[in-house]
Write a protein that binds this ligand. Structure first.
Ligand code: HEC
Length: 146
């Protein structure tokens, strides 16, 4: 009896492992997403330019609503400070925080969440990719007020 039972147990254990593995969240950890953005590797940040992203944040009026470390401005509190995007689990509380989803949000926030107070700022995809690359480099940077 025991000789028959043992392989059956093994089989069940394997099945359990496979099922558990299949249920796991295969989303890459946020740290590696930030690393990918920093290294300029992976989508959508393949050719993203964080320095240009920083300039765009200043030029496109983001700082009217957001405090962004590394970008001067009026320290606005209309929207959340953008100081920790690489460590957040969600973008605006609705999208799992991946570089792709951050770009999606930047391109058209009301399309993601019709009730959001953040307007569509008319960014092009390349602009949003550069801004996302910059924001994902700013993990845990303490908020600086001028
Ligand atoms: C009129 C004010 C306003 C402007 C201008 C604005 N935002 Fe926002 N933004 C908000 C608000 C409010 C939220 C919070 C949205 C929500 O949770 O629904 C937000 C959320 C965000 C988030 C998600 C933050 C988080 O903690 O998850 C990012 C990233 C962001 N904005 C980037 C930008 C960038 C980049 C620009 C400029 C291109 C910009 N915003 C312009 C008001 C604004």
């Amino acid at each position: 009896m025991r000789r028959i039972a043992r392989p059956t147990c093994l089989l069940l254990a394997c099945a359990a492992l496979i099922i558990t593995g299949a249920c796991g969240d295969d989303r890459p950890p946020l740290a590696s997403a930030a690393d990918a953005a920093a290294a300029g590797a992976g989508e959508p940040s393949k050719q993203a330019d964080p320095a240009r992203g920083r300039r765009l944040i200043a030029e496109r009026g983001c700082i009217a609503c957001h405090t962004v470390p590394g970008v001067g401005g009026p320290a606005s509190k209309v929207g959340p400070p953008l100081d920790n995007m690489a460590r957040q689990a969600y973008v605006a509380g609705v999208l799992p925080n991946t570089p792709d989803n951050l770009v999606r949000w930047l391109l058209d926030p009301p399309a993601i969440n019709p009730r959001t107070a953040m307007p569509n700022t008319g960014l092009r995809t390349a602009d949003a990719q550069d801004i996302a690359a910059f924001l994902l480099l700013r993990a845990g940077t303490p908020e600086k007020t001028p």
